[in-house]
Design a protein around this ligand. Structure first.
Ligand code: FES
Length: 105
């Protein structure tokens, strides 16, 4: 089976400043962008535990903390660091070109 991916334009670099979270939807894919110490990372936007928008959560060195039940997800591998979430977020490749952020979905 062949999986085809595509690079989509998410937003400009200025829209995700250091320490900030940014959520957007492309077709039916909801994606979270985070600027962790200058590095842009992309994961699923919706928490794997329940229907919480992680862009309204809290970003720290450990990752993004869900605003609803406070699980923290590592943004490099998507893994939850504490209960109640047990399922990893999907992580996406990111590239930056000419001040625009692109995500491979
Ligand atoms: S909805 Fe995120 S930890 Fe429960």
């Amino acid at each position: 089976m062949i999986f085809l991916s595509e690079w989509i334009k998410a937003c400009t670099l200025e829209q995700v400043k250091e320490g900030q979270l940014f959520g957007f939807t492309h077709d039916n894919t909801k994606i979270l962008l985070a600027n962790l110490k200058g590095k842009i990372l992309a994961t699923d936007l919706i928490c794997t535990h329940a229907d919480a928008d992680l862009s309204t959560g809290f970003l720290s060195d450990e990752g993004v903390r869900c605003p609803l039940h406070l699980s923290v997800f590592n943004l490099e591998n998507g893994k939850p660091q504490n209960l109640p979430a047990e399922t990893s977020l999907k992580v996406y490749n990111v590239k930056i070109d000419d001040n625009e952020i692109y995500v491979e979905i």
